[in-house]
Ligand binder design. Structure first.
Ligand code: PEP
Ligand code: MN
Length: 339
């Protein structure tokens, strides 16, 4: 929509019309009491690039359609997207996906022990980082290929699909071989080249919201994956930076119902990275279920005090069965079963 200034002349309105029609945009001129508005019906990106703001008599250009296309529930999709990961149905409104496991694969024993605990408690998938994005370059960065092999062993033993992060395009082949769901971390949500690589892998992608990203930006990032022909994208709200410092990040629970309206993609919540504090993980998980999330991705460790990464937010493995039971009950209140 192009809004003209109150003193815009007919010639100036006509000049805008000519410019729009020259690129094949359908034009609707709407004279008002004070100002004339011009509806431009067509490709919004193309219209945005015409430089109409600089034309005489133009006050402002107001985009009406949403900037994300493939992720939007406005366009092609009206039904929520759902898909299988192994034997687990993700999205679609009837299931609740419980992804649990250590922040990082530290050893075979540690990973297999947690994998057994979360499997026995009914988790849907196992999470575990092999390549870790660390804020400091001197922190533990994960075991790499060795970790992927340990995760593969955990999958073979427990039957749980593996969720693990793609940190670098150079690891794409390794992830293709070992991951069931490719995680894109918050710090890489706007790494567009990596999103395209993830899209091309042909595996479901769990896309985390950037630390300081808006929901529009999250959905445009999802478009990068979707445009590669990969429909299987799971969005993850994991907390954002705000002025509040009491929690590690601020969990934006409102994002969940907002995303449910504006996108057809499944949405999960990460209460672990959002809070940074295991005491908050269960209440936030209950809230996530209540607000309509399609699932949770949560960190669990046998001995969090010894964890090499994110110990303070990891649930004790010994508490996990009770936690899972509680979350399943809350999901059931919203008509979902953990699957
Ligand atoms: C993670 O899930 O291991 C992780 C690093 O999370 P985030 O990218 O959300 O910080
Ligand atoms: Mn972590």
């Amino acid at each position: 929509m192009i809004v003209m200034t109150p003193d815009a002349t007919e010639e100036q309105v006509a000049a805008v019309r000519v410019k729009l029609e020259a690129v094949g945009v359908h034009v609707l001129v709407m004279p008002g009491e004070l100002t004339t508005a011009i509806g431009a019906i067509g490709d919004p990106v193309g219209v945005g690039e015409l430089g109409l703001e600089g034309m005489s008599g133009v006050d402002r250009v107001v985009p009406i359609s949403r900037p994300y296309k493939l992720a939007s529930s406005e366009l092609a999709h009206h039904e929520p997207t759902s898909f299988m990961v192994g034997s687990h149905l993700v999205g679609g409104g009837e299931t609740f996906t419980l992804i649990a496991g250590p922040c990082t694969v530290e050893s075979r024993e540690q990973t297999l022990a947690v994998a057994r605990v979360v499997r026995d408690a009914g988790a849907s998938m196992l999470r575990g980082g092999a390549f870790k994005p660390r804020t400091s370059p001197f922190a533990f960065k994960g075991l790499g290929l060795e970790a992927l092999e340990i995760l593969a062993e955990a999958r073979a033993e427990t039957g749980l699909p593996i969720v693990t992060e793609l940190l670098d395009a150079a690891h794409a082949d390794l992830l293709h071989e070992h991951a069931d769901v490719v995680q894109i971390g918050a710090r890489n949500m706007q790494n567009y080249a990596l999103l395209e690589v993830a899209g091309k892998l042909g595996k479901p992608v769990l896309l985390k919201r950037g630390l300081s990203s808006s929901l529009d930006e999250l959905l445009m990032a999802a478009d990068y994956v979707l445009k590669e022909g990969n429909e299987r994208v799971i969005l993850c709200e994991r907390g954002i930076r705000t002025y509040e410092t009491a929690t590690r990040f601020t969990l934006d629970l409102g994002a969940v119902p907002w995303l449910k309206i504006h996108t057809h993609l499944p949405v999960v919540v990460d209460p672990s990275h959002a809070s940074g504090d295991r005491r908050l993980v269960e209440p936030l998980s209950r809230a996530a279920a209540a607000v309509g999330a399609d699932g949770i991705i949560v960190e669990v460790h046998e001995d969090p005090e010894q964890a090499l990464c994110d110990g303070p937010q990891a649930l004790y493995a010994s508490d996990f069965a009770a936690y899972a039971k509680n979350i399943a009950a809350h999901a059931a209140l919203c008509g979902r079963r953990v699957a």
